[in-house]
Design a protein around this ligand. Structure first.
Ligand code: GLN
Length: 448
């Protein structure tokens, strides 16, 4: 813990941490030492990790990357934080992210943009950009992230690390500051599939009293199947993931990885996910709709920012929200409110829900012919800071390969698989069927 705290200080210019507290971290480390001395054999005893600032924590402030929650202290720990602590993990601090996890570049953080450790003139990806950069720069051995539409997989890909988003409902959302509740999932980000397996085993499991969408599927030890042979594994290659929008450098790295899988004994199968393109408009209706509802709680009354100068109650709400939220969050609240409003609900929200179902069905069709699906995590390598910061649609379009799996609630991961333009890392995305996290981690581990 001391080593990583010190490294965090010398690399402060990366903008990775939003909060650290050496006394808290070292007290947790000493408590882990005491557990070790007492013969405890919890799987992560003494392992320092850091949490995306979307998870609430008692011992550190929790901001979700927003001015709205500046200095906010939660009276409790998120279930995921709690489970990792029970498994022995020591918390190094809270990691920067896009405001309320809305973004693909981490430039929507209200505090600072995170820099990509491979090239500090570039973005780390988002929204879990702080988590990805922390692991890539070795400021933490592992970190937590959340993925609503790609926020674990895309930054993992851009920073050359491994990240997995489990099946929707496997990890409790209790204490994860909500963005889009039907999509939000927690997952680990680490150097290898093996490290991810260790963390994910601790993070998953039912939480029926605190998250009604948590599934009644017992926790698993994902480290057990890592070494299994992948001889005969059928890998589906969706043609829609290799179309005109894919940059040549990323395509070359992905093609080489697929060849590597063939050498390892896997078989490639051509498949189709015909509604891939529709996943962008569908996601950017459903996610803002849910966000507009979830973010209504930030009104300056119970917690978070309250405007200092205001007139009556309505004026207080308006000023608080105008001051507390950033541009992208406001944009989403407006889109979400619009698509849910009378007269537009049927035309937008309901249509989007129907297509979401079709996207999920397309995957089930595909899984009749393959065991898992492989393709790029993103169409390009990490772009330059400020390159797309004035163009929200350009950011949305870059999510094309992660959104379909998110809308279907499927587990997905990104595995480092080579380098593209500017020597930047490329991530191979693996998507599995429901509850096939073990198979994904096995396939990733054999590849690594
Ligand atoms: N980039 C997507 C968005 O901006 C995904 C974010 C996420 O997964 N949290 O909504």
């Amino acid at each position: 813990a001391q080593h990583f705290l010190a490294r965090g200080k010398t690399h402060a210019s990366l903008g990775v941490y939003l909060a650290t507290n050496e006394d808290v971290t070292l007290a947790q480390a000493r408590a882990a030492d005491a557990r070790i001395a007492a013969g405890d054999s919890a799987p992560l005893l003494g392992v320092p990790i850091a949490h995306k600032d979307i998870f609430v924590t008692k011992d550190f402030p929790s901001t979700a990357g927003s001015k709205m929650l500046e200095g906010y202290r939660s009276p409790f720990d998120a279930t995921v934080v709690d489970r990792l602590a029970q498994a022995g993990a020591v918390t190094l601090g809270k990691l920067n992210c896009d405001e309320f996890a809305m973004g693909s570049s981490n430039e929507n953080s209200a505090y600072a943009p995170v820099k990509n450790p491979w090239d500090t003139s570039r973005i780390p990806g988002g929204s879990s950009g702080g988590s990805a950069a922390a692991v890539a720069a070795r400021l933490a051995p592992a970190a937590t992230g959340t993925d609503t539409g790609g926020s674990i997989r895309q930054p993992a890909s851009f920073c050359g690390i491994t990240g997995i988003k489990p099946t929707y409902g496997r990890a409790s959302r209790y204490g994860m500051i909500a963005f889009a509740s039907s999509l939000d999932q927690a997952g680990p980000m680490a150097r290898t599939a093996q490290d991810c397996a260790l963390l994910l085993s601790a993070m998953c499991g039912p939480d029926p009293d605190r998250d009604s969408t948590s599934l009644d599927v017992p926790a698993e030890d994902f480290t057990r199947g890592l070494e299994a042979s992948i001889e005969g594994l059928r890998i589906g290659v969706p043609k829609e993931f290799f179309g005109a929008g894919l940059s040549d450098d990323v395509r070359a790295a992905i093609d080489a990885s697929l060849e590597q899988y063939v050498k390892l004994g896997a078989k490639l199968v051509d498949i189709t996910l015909p509604r891939t393109e529709l996943s962008i408009p569908v996601y950017y209706i459903i996610a803002p709709a849910e966000a507009s509802s979830n973010l209504s709680r930030f009104d300056g009354v119970k917690f978070g920012h309250r405007a200092k100068q205001h007139g009556d109650l309505l004026d207080m709400y308006k000023k608080t929200r105008a001051e507390g939220f950033g541009d992208e969050v406001k944009r989403r609240i407006m889109i979400g409110t619009y698509v849910l409003s009378h007269g537009y609900y049927d035309a937008y929200y309901l249509q989007a829900q129907k297509i979401r179902r079709m996207i999920a069905d397309d995957f089930q069709q595909a899984f009749k012919h393959c065991d898992l699906i492989a393709g790029p995590a993103a169409p390009m390598v990490a772009w330059k800071l400020d390159e797309k910061s004035d163009d929200p649609v350009a950011n949305y379009l870059a999510d094309i390969f992660t959104l379909p799996g998110s809308l279907a609630g499927l587990p997905g991961m990104s595995v480092p698989c080579g380098f593209g333009a500017g020597g930047m890392p490329v991530g191979l995305q693996l998507i599995g069927n429901y509850f096939k996290e073990g198979q994904l981690l096995n396939a990733a581990h054999r590849f690594q």
